[in-house]
Structures are given as C-alpha cells and as structure tokens.
Design a binder for this molecule. Structure first.
Ligand SMILES: [Zn+2]
Length: 252
C-alpha cells in the first residue's frame, strides 16, 4: 500500500497538522472577541471550540443564501471564490497560519499570565507570574509602558525588557504566547487623548509573535515586518470596520 503522505513527500510540513489545533485561547469571551476582531468582515468563519481551539472553518457559512443559486442549490464556484478572497485577508490568513502551524500558540486577553524565566548563568527555569491588572483600560504614554506580554523560546529579546541576560519563555509547553491587558487602549497625540483600535493592537502583537516563533525572526525584525503586514490588514478593515474601532494603533 502506498503511504498517503507519498504524494506530499516534497512538502510534509504542509499536512503535519490537518486538524488546526495549535492556536488556543484561555476560553474567555474577551479573548474570543479579540481573535474574531482581526478577521474583520470574515469573523463568522472563525471557529473557537468548546476546548478553546481556534480555527478557520468555512463550513460555518456554507449554508448561507449568498452561496446559493436562484433555485436554492449550492453554488460551489461562488463558495470557492469566497474562500480564496477570505484567505487573502491578512487577519484570516494569520489565524489560519497559526492554527495550522506545527508550533503551539496561546492567546489571552486576561491580565494574569505565567511565564518561565532564568538568567543566562543559571540552569533552572523558574515559573513567575505577570500581572497586567493595573494596565487594564491602558493609557499608552510616550511608549514607556507595557500592556502586553509576548514570548517565544526562539528569540533572546523579550517585550519584558532589553536585559539580554534574562531569558523568558512561555510556560505549559507553548511555543508562542501573547497576553494583552483587557480594556480599551488609549494614546496621546499632540496632547490629545484618543482611543485606538484594539483590533489593530491584537493583530500587531499576534503577527509579531508568529514571525518570531515560526520564522525565528529577531524582535526588531518581527516588529517591522508586522507593521508592513498591517497595511494589508487595514485595507480590508476600512471597508468593513470592526465595531468599536477608532484609530489604528500607531507604532513608530
Ligand atoms: Zn511590535
């Protein structure tokens, strides 16, 4: 018998995770809302299972009238066209990439998070807890703040600080972990306080973590690449803005 993988011998990674079980949330409503928000107009194809596994599931919209012929039968051509179009959306693509990756990712919009850390000259990893409670409804002031935690074992830099002697990595066997303090995000421009898009903030941090974890990019490299990708994400969002959006979070 021929192995079912023989056909794909040149690209085995492609089918290493056909079930899309590698992006999880903490199960909170706030986390689900954040994940769905980055898919914008396509949020109805974002599936979050009862055990908090995120995936892109086109079956969720298959029965909709927009994919039916006048006589009520299924129009496969229309449906396939929609699938291709949706996968060009940067937010949908990011969720799809993360949920089909070999590596495991975790997202939470809750304030308390456990990491592992150690100094370069010590052997043992130690668990420690990060509490972002004070940063809820956070105010972004001259970039001297932090209201998210983004960790990966594949970079020496962390968002916790620039001390290169301190290594952090996600706990619980995850490869990439992003935590963002719940609530609205504000920034100051020319002395005026404005609310910025939480969805854009979530997209940036998740995309950046994916670049660091999957492509092993350095933190500055991933940050720059994430800003570049945001332009594609925004293009889709301006036509169908996610409710509650005001301004893009402006990174320098
Ligand atoms: Zn960044």
């Amino acid at each position: 018998m021929i192995s079912p993988y023989a056909t794909f011998a040149n690209n085995p990674i492609w089918f290493s995770d056909p079930f899309g079980d590698t992006l999880r949330t903490d199960g909170s409503e706030a986390s689900s809302t954040d994940i769905r928000s980055i898919a914008g107009e396509h949020s109805d194809i974002v599936s979050i299972s009862s055990d908090n596994v995120v995936s892109i599931d086109f079956d969720k919209v298959k029965d909709q009238d927009r994919f039916k012929n006048k006589n009520g039968t299924f129009n496969e051509k229309k449906f396939n066209k929609y699938q291709r179009q949706a996968l060009r959306h940067a937010g949908v693509r990011l969720i799809n990439n993360m949920s089909n990756d070999k590596l495991n990712y975790f997202y939470a919009a809750t304030p308390v998070h456990t990491l592992e850390t150690r100094w370069n000259d010590t052997e043992e990893w130690e668990e420690f807890s990060v509490d972002l409670s004070n940063y809820s409804g956070n105010y972004v002031d001259d970039y001297s703040w932090f209201n998210n935690v983004s960790t990966t074992p594949r970079g020496t830099e962390t968002d916790l600080g620039s001390n290169s002697d301190l290594r952090t990595r996600p706990a619980n066997g995850y490869d990439g972990v992003v935590f963002i303090a719940p609530g609205s995000i504000y920034t100051q421009k020319n002395g005026i306080t404005i609310q910025v898009s939480r969805a854009s903030y979530v997209f940036h941090e998740l995309q950046e973590n994916y670049f660091r974890t999957h492509y092993k990019m350095s933190y500055p490299e991933a940050h720059k690449s994430s800003i570049f990708t945001e332009d594609n994400w925004l293009k889709n969002l301006f036509d169908n803005p996610t409710p509650g959006e005001f301004y893009r979070f402006k990174y320098d």
